[in-house]
Design a binder for this molecule. Structure first.
Ligand SMILES: *[C@@H]1O[C@H](CO)[C@@H](O)[C@H](O)[C@H]1NC(C)=O
Ligand SMILES: *[C@@H]1O[C@H](CO)[C@@H](O)[C@H](O)[C@H]1NC(C)=O
Ligand SMILES: *[C@@H]1O[C@H](CO)[C@@H](O)[C@H](O)[C@H]1NC(C)=O
Length: 389
């Protein structure tokens, strides 16, 4: 009996000790986060874009920077876990996932990955993240060099999943690229969240070029397109589906624009609109603009690299690759590959978004094929907002 009592007492003592430790831990933690709030040294950047709009390229521009922890499309895991769902229904799950990842809490992936042991290579397109190819995630490549994805994928694919979180904590900037968000409303709470310092880079591209590029990668985009269209997918003729997807994409660009207009002045400063075509025409200038916006230094090796990849040769074939290529030429490919009929239909569907973003319509096949006609209009809308702001 006495022994039992002693054991009970001991257990009670142990229990109290655990409670105390928990309390102490929480206390330390909240003190820690309070002091972090006073000096928000972390920068959280969301590259908000759509498929085939040059977002892998922009993602690389951020991801190769030695101060940046970058992940490409973490919401892929959400979408691929609920392939019968709709973009609308998955918005909040995507939002919450993004918030957790910004705060380097990678436990959020538990909900979207197979149970059991996982590696950092369980993350979608992990090799695109230079941070996951260099210390502390992987000791093979140095942090401050350009790391080719192909090399990293071979040499760093055995790292445990835990290194992702460790790596994330070791950077001043966390940058996420997402193509699976269609409005800003779900992001409002993140813009005002005191634990985040969220900046949005909204990357858009001429819908005709997006459409053209999507045609070449239809297979890879099929599951996503079905989620974008939701229930209406089944009701649509197969040949109409790509146009309806484009309609959703263009509509979302308009909505994001409107949402920004209605934000308080201070929050409007957290938004940068980037046209892919402007980036392609002046890669160094526009990269510099993006870096400045999120307070990153445009280091010399990055300048050479940006110059190299935008003046290289070849057309990237795979949907998820940014190879060296003549980006300027690629950005105009739709002008000689799309039939005018399709262009005309797209201009009807996406006309409002095109007008807003400064993409001129063509009124004939002759105009479409005539490359001396510049279809990009100088664009004052957002510049006004941002320069007076
Ligand atoms: C840029 O290209 C030159 C010539 O091909 C090459 O020597 C150099 O290593 C490249 N630099 C970067 C940073 O990619
Ligand atoms: C662009 O690419 C097309 C097709 O590959 C080619 O016919 C054309 O000559 C290229 N133009 C330039 C300026 O490189
Ligand atoms: C192409 O556009 C330019 C600039 O507007 C014009 O001067 C030229 O005549 C056009 N060429 C053809 C073949 O339409």
């Amino acid at each position: 009996m006495i022994v039992l009592k002693k054991v009970k007492l001991l257990l009670l003592l142990l229990f109290q000790l655990v409670i105390f430790a928990l309390f102490f831990h929480t206390y330390i933690h909240s003190v820690g986060s309070l002091s972090r709030k006073e000096e928000p040294k972390h920068m959280h950047v969301l590259v908000l874009s759509s498929w085939r709009s040059g977002s892998s390229f922009v993602g690389q521009i951020f991801g190769q920077h030695p101060d940046v922890f970058y992940l490409m499309e973490p919401a892929w895991h959400v979408w691929m876990s609920f392939t019968d769902s709709t973009a609308q229904r998955l918005h909040m799950a995507v939002r919450d996932l993004i918030r957790s990842v910004f705060l380097c809490d990678m436990s959020v992936f538990d909900a979207y990955m197979q149970p059991g042991p996982r590696r950092q290579s369980s993350l979608f397109q992990w090799g695109d993240s230079r941070a996951l190819c260099s210390p502390p995630a992987c000791n093979i490549f140095p942090r401050d060099k350009i790391i080719p994805q192909a090399h990293c994928k071979i040499l760093c694919n055995q790292q445990p999943f835990e290194v992702v979180e460790e790596a994330c904590h070791s950077y001043s900037h966390v940058v996420l690229k997402e193509v699976r968000l269609f409005n800003l409303r779900s992001l409002y709470p993140l813009l005002t969240d005191p634990s985040l310092n969220l900046h949005i880079v909204h990357l858009v591209r001429d819908p005709r070029a997006v459409f053209c590029s999507r045609e070449r990668t239809q297979g890879e985009l099929m599951i996503d397109s079905r989620i974008v269209l939701g229930q209406s997918w089944h009701k649509l003729k197969k040949e109409d589906q790509p146009y309806h997807v484009m309609q959703v994409i263009c509509q979302s660009q308009l909505e994001i624009y409107k949402a920004i207009q209605s934000l308080p002045e201070a929050l409007q400063q957290r938004y940068l609109l980037m046209r892919y075509e402007d980036l392609v025409r002046a890669p160094l200038t526009q990269t510099s603009r993006m870096y400045e916006y999120v307070r990153l230094k445009f280091l010399p090796h990055l300048q050479t690299w940006v110059h190299n990849i935008t003046r290289g040769k070849g057309m990237g074939q795979h949907a998820f690759h940014t190879n060296a290529r003549n980006a300027l030429n690629v950005s105009q490919a739709w002008r000689w590959t799309l039939p005018f009929g399709k262009v005309s239909r797209l201009q009807k569907i996406c006309g409002d978004a095109m007008n807003l973003l400064g993409y001129r319509h063509v009124s004939s096949e002759q105009e479409q094929r005539n490359l001396s006609l510049d279809l990009l209009s100088t664009w004052t809308l957002f510049k006004q907002n941002h320069q007076t702001g």
